[in-house]
Design a protein around this ligand. Sequence first.
Ligand SMILES: Cc1cc2nc3c(=O)[nH]c(=O)nc-3n(C[C@H](O)[C@H](O)[C@H](O)COP(=O)(O)OP(=O)(O)OC[C@H]3O[C@@H](n4cnc5c(N)ncnc54)[C@H](O)[C@@H]3O)c2cc1C
Length: 457
Amino acid sequence: MKKLSANGRVIVQGTKDYEEKRQIFNKGIQRFPSVIVLCKTEQDVTEAVRFARQEDLEISVRAGGHHIAGTSVTHKGLMIDLSEMKEVRVDEKQKVAFVQGGATLGDVDQETQKYGLATPTGTVSETGIAGLALGGGLGYLRAKYGLTCDNIVAANVVTAEGELIRVSEEDYEDLFWAIRGGGGNFGIVTTFEFQLYQVGPEVLAIDVMYDYKDAKQVYQKLDEYLETAPNEVSLNTMMMTMPPAPFIPDFLHNRSVITLTGMYDGDPKEGEELIQSLRDLAEPIVDATAVIPYTKLQSKLDAMVPPAANFYGTSLYFNELSNGLLDELSTLLGHAAFPAMFQLWELHGKMNEKSEDENAYSVRDAKYVLLVDVMYEGGGQKEACVNWTEDLYNRLVRYSYNRASYMNGVEPHEDIIEQTYGDNFSRLQGIKRKYDPHNIFRMNHNIDPTKKKPVKE
Ligand SMILES: Cc1cc2nc3c(=O)[nH]c(=O)nc-3n(C[C@H](O)[C@H](O)[C@H](O)COP(=O)(O)OP(=O)(O)OC[C@H]3O[C@@H](n4cnc5c(N)ncnc54)[C@H](O)[C@@H]3O)c2cc1C
């Protein structure tokens, strides 16, 4: 095999580390790349792209490897692994973080907080920043400062031609628009530049657990709260049956609950008053709301992420909690055929104050997003799990906002991709045709450059 670069390591089947490096977060994805290139520099990435093209190998790009659809792993092609490119550098004066494509959210938060700064990311520290940022990025700063993708101010991108370019509002403006929400379709981002804001070091972390039997009331009251919610608050709920895990108190084992987690980004004293009613949506089972370090909040949910599990997932946006949807939400756990986490996150504030075509991320009017992660044991259960999850999607889609789904939490179904991007889809297709006409970057939520829009009756 030709040596690909001075710095990167080439790993093939049967050699040391191959098994470890081909594995990603979702253990249900078992694919075997012919070559894994463990990149250390931007040049390694350009060389890997050129090599793959020369050898006609399908390319996949792995950053944090957390997308449940497993689009970071190709079968038999060449996997460009960025996981060792994790450097984060802060320009305190400009309030910009330079973040390499393989960094995790934890890497970003740890470094930026040294300066009392942060950029909006997500809620679990081991998630990769690259996939999250390219597809949106929903975290506890979304209402105040927008999505992660809204805060990309520039990026270094390796194109389908294997060239390294810097995209920003001034240079390659079309590509800059497309990477902010359009996923990995347009090139490989080796370095992001993110806008930073003063955050923390301590923040008011909202953390209340309710009994699932109160689901309807909790959601009705939450919906009322959101009518006047300040942009300092962003809130996530999760419905699940608690596992009998050692780090969970015995009295919660196998209990069906709704957790309400979130953050108030402002003076904690003022915040306490403004979030008081959230602690009283029903009779709480546990209330662990407290002022804690921002970095602690950003890794608080890590322990809840099941290790080494097989997943299948889906997602939908909603713009109202209708009675029909509330009935569904309050019976989800009872009907679940598999262990599952159902997360309903509210969307308001800065992320929704942008227009639908400000960048590629198009969903700016929805009030909630549902993220469903379903777990199955062993390959034998996969088909039943997929069918069950798709049935659920089909049941809920009637309540959805424009049949749109969060790209970072859904399988890459063609129709879902097109429905979600809506009017932005044809613009994305045009940019794809310009920069990647042969669809070299297709292991993602693919904007197919050749796809014709179906004629509407
Ligand atoms: C435990 C867990 C918690 C999560 N929490 C949140 C959350 O709080 N908020 C939220 O918004 N989402 C969350 N997500 C979803 C998350 O946004 C997606 O899984 C996202 O894709 C993760 O990015 P990654 O780099 O780890 O993904 P990967 O699986 O490595 O990549 C995902 C896709 O992006 C492409 N890609 C990756 N890096 C690059 C790059 N540098 N250039 C071009 N293309 C690239 C890949 O090829 C692939 O198609 C969570 C997921 C998990 C599993």
